[in-house]
Design a protein around this ligand. Structure first.
Ligand SMILES: Cc1cc2nc3c(=O)[nH]c(=O)nc-3n(C[C@H](O)[C@H](O)[C@H](O)COP(=O)(O)O)c2cc1C
Length: 199
């Protein structure tokens, strides 16, 4: 089984990337046989979706295909989404437009929202309401919000990080892995040809 962790920041050396690497360790601790892929939308230079593919042929003809194959081979996803302006990031929304060829269909996703302060609820509400129609991603009912994210450092948390947070994250990651395992048979009955877009 393979889990992909998608970091959707617009910044270099982002908190989202840092958290994605910590989550990778958490997932490995739960099951060290899992394959884990980290996808960083900033580092991979994923452009905004456009119908004009001429300007960035390398991405549209090569990189996007490679990423698409990796996503197709994944059984579950963790999306690390910072709150920007009370919203999910453009990179998060853009991801669902670009990788819209069945890669995420009926596969479970865990939303991990981050904020440097006390925010973080809006990206969750936004993704839960509007990202799944054509991507068919299946957000699991648990989600994680890491507030005061700069203080988040397992083993050495700052004082604003609650004691219970690591356990909740591990619990949510474990559930995601189990959903990924138990939902695998669903892939056999998916009709991408006739029902590729949701209603
Ligand atoms: C353009 C921008 C807008 C932001 N808006 C919010 C916001 O509305 N609510 C909030 O809690 N944090 C906001 N922040 C703070 C981010 O949540 C925080 O900097 C986070 O660590 C950014 O994640 P990143 O490093 O992965 O990009 C904003 C940051 C940026 C860069």
């Amino acid at each position: 089984m393979k889990i992909s962790i998608i970091s959707t920041s617009h910044q270099k050396e982002s908190q989202s990337k840092r958290i994605s690497l910590i989550l990778k360790n958490f997932v490995k601790e739960i099951d060290n046989k899992l394959k884990i892929l980290n996808v960083d939308a900033y580092e991979l230079n994923i452009p905004l979706w456009t119908s004009n593919k001429k300007n960035n042929l390398k991405f549209w003809e090569k990189d996007s295909k490679y990423i698409s194959e990796e996503l197709n081979a994944s059984d579950g996803f963790i999306f690390v989404v910072p709150e920007y302006g009370g919203m999910a990031t453009p990179n998060a929304k853009n991801f669902f437009l670009i990788f819209n060829n069945g890669e995420l269909f009926h596969k479970p996703g865990l939303i991990v929202s981050i904020s440097s302060g006390n925010g973080g609820a809006y990206p969750i509400s936004e993704l839960r309401s509007s990202s799944y129609k054509n991507s068919h991603i299946l957000w699991i009912p648990e989600n994680v919000i890491i507030r005061n994210v700069k203080q988040f450092s397992p083993g050495n948390h700052g004082e604003l990080i609650p004691d219970w947070l690591d356990d909740r994250i591990k619990y949510s990651c474990n559930l995601l892995i189990k959903y990924a395992e138990y939902l695998k048979p669903i892939q056999k009955i998916i009709n991408k040809k006739d029902f590729g877009n949701g209603m």
